[in-house]
Design a protein around this ligand. Structure first.
Ligand SMILES: Nc1ncnc2c1ncn2[C@@H]1O[C@H](COP(=O)(O)OP(=O)(O)O)[C@@H](O)[C@H]1O
Ligand SMILES: CC(C)(COP(=O)(O)O)[C@@H](O)C(=O)NCCC(=O)O
Length: 380
């Protein structure tokens, strides 16, 4: 995936470094420690490639960064992405330590001494685990506000990475061309453990207008209890093989199989999520985990889609971007959210998804390094 920096935004840690890559190539590190997951973003300067490319480095390869003066230093490098469960924070610390990411080198010798051995950190865990980072890695966490970071990460991606945003309609992803002059305002919905809804009016200009505690943590937490699944991905996989009609009470179940045109509901619409369970003489064990997972995913995605649209309506916004790791690029999740937004807005509003869904906060923290000036990034 191309972004402003030369190379690609990597999501797979295995591709990141060759075994003999020196730690001096890593220049900056930022973490987003959320309720469920820790997201790590770091940059490396690709010294090897630079040597190979000597003399033929084209401006297309790199990113120019206005530094307040007339010259534009050029960044060439890669952004690397990794994530860990927050409950396994020691794995994350071990990862940072084994790759010595916390001993960040200067970026082209231009990083201020202030930036050295400082990790930009956002999310609630930046407060909760600050002492642990100090004790285990000897580094200080420079805390950056969570909402600031989400917005900065989202704006950075939308303006710099193409393609980043896409719609998901009838099983098809369609990339959205972002017009930089017509990006704002938009609603950013970040579905992490909980859900934040932010009206974004520009760089650093935003208001958190709503939120709901029924989010990704609810799906994973309830799903784990109800299905005995061991991992989030297993729960998602189950949902793919399930049938929500086994548990959800449909309009047709109430109206004797017929549509209900007066209130605009077809007989197959869900009247009450999990509602069938009240009238059947069944125990939890009598339901297939696949069906439970499907109903739960539908309930939560639908609910978030609806609340998002209602907030977009409050502020007259037509564009809604969804991020957060709950989405996980999962077809049924995106489809349900898209259908909910389409249904409630009568086709007026659009749900759009971000490819770097769960990394918005970490990217926002990363771009806050002053010595980068990535906020002011311009692609050549
Ligand atoms: N491997 C995973 N482990 C746990 N949760 C996951 C995983 N992948 C996706 N998720 C979902 O993503 C949510 C966390 O999303 P994220 O954007 O990282 O939020 P937070 O910052 O609250 O951790 C979880 O609550 C869960 O619904
Ligand atoms: C408190 C949070 C901002 C923390 O972020 P998270 O770790 O969930 O990404 C988020 O969980 C949230 O917005 N919860 C919803 C709270 C509410 O508005 O009711």
């Amino acid at each position: 995936m191309e972004c402003g920096m030369r190379g690609q935004l990597e999501e797979r840690e295995s591709k990141i470094m060759s075994p003999n890559q020196s730690t001096a190539e890593v220049s900056h590190l930022a973490v987003d420690i959320g309720g469920s997951l820790i997201k790590v973003v770091y940059s490396s300067s690709n010294n090897n490639n630079e040597a190979d490319d000597k003399g033929k480095k084209s401006s297309n390869d790199c990113v120019g960064i206005p530094n307040g003066s007339s010259d534009y230093p050029v960044l060439c490098g890669r952004l690397h992405f990794a994530k860990f469960e927050t409950s396994k924070i020691n794995d994350c610390l071990e990862f940072i330590s084994s790759k010595q990411l916390h001993q960040c080198a200067d970026w082209h010798h231009e990083a201020s001494s202030h930036d050295k051995n400082i990790i930009k950190a956002t999310g609630g865990g930046a407060y909760k685990f600050a002492d642990l980072f100090k004790e285990k890695l000897g580094v200080s966490l420079d805390k950056v506000d969570e909402m600031d970071c989400l917005v900065a990460g989202s704006n950075f991606l939308l303006k710099t990475v193409h393609p980043e945003a896409f719609t998901y309609i009838d099983g098809r992803e369609e990339y959205v061309q972002i017009d930089h002059n017509d990006l704002y305002p938009y609603l950013l919905v970040n579905i992490g453990s909980g859900v934040s809804m932010i009206k974004v009016d520009g760089d650093g200009k935003f208001e958190r207008v709503s939120g709901t505690s029924v989010g990704g943590g609810t799906f994973w937490g309830l799903g784990k209890l109800l299905t005995k699944c061991k991992s989030f991905d297993e729960l998602l996989e189950l949902s793919q093989k399930g049938n929500n009609r086994v548990i959800d009470m449909l309009v047709g179940d109430i109206y004797g199989g017929v549509d209900c045109p007066k209130i605009g509901l077809s007989s197959t619409a869900i009247a009450s999520s999990f509602g069938k369970a009240i009238s059947e003489n069944k125990e939890l064990e009598d339901y297939r985990p696949e069906d439970i997972s499907r109903s739960l995913l539908r309930l939560i995605s639908n609910n978030i889609g609806q609340i998002s649209y209602l907030n977009a309506l409050r502020f007259g916004l037509n564009r809604i971007f969804f991020g957060g790791f709950f989405i996980r690029g999962h077809a049924y999740t995106m489809d349900t959210i898209s259908v909910a937004v389409h249904f409630w807005s009568k086709g007026e509003a659009k749900a759009m998804f971000l490819r770097h869904e769960g990394f918005l906060g970490a990217l926002g923290a990363f771009t806050s390094f002053e010595s980068h000036g990535l906020n002011d990034i311009t692609t050549h």
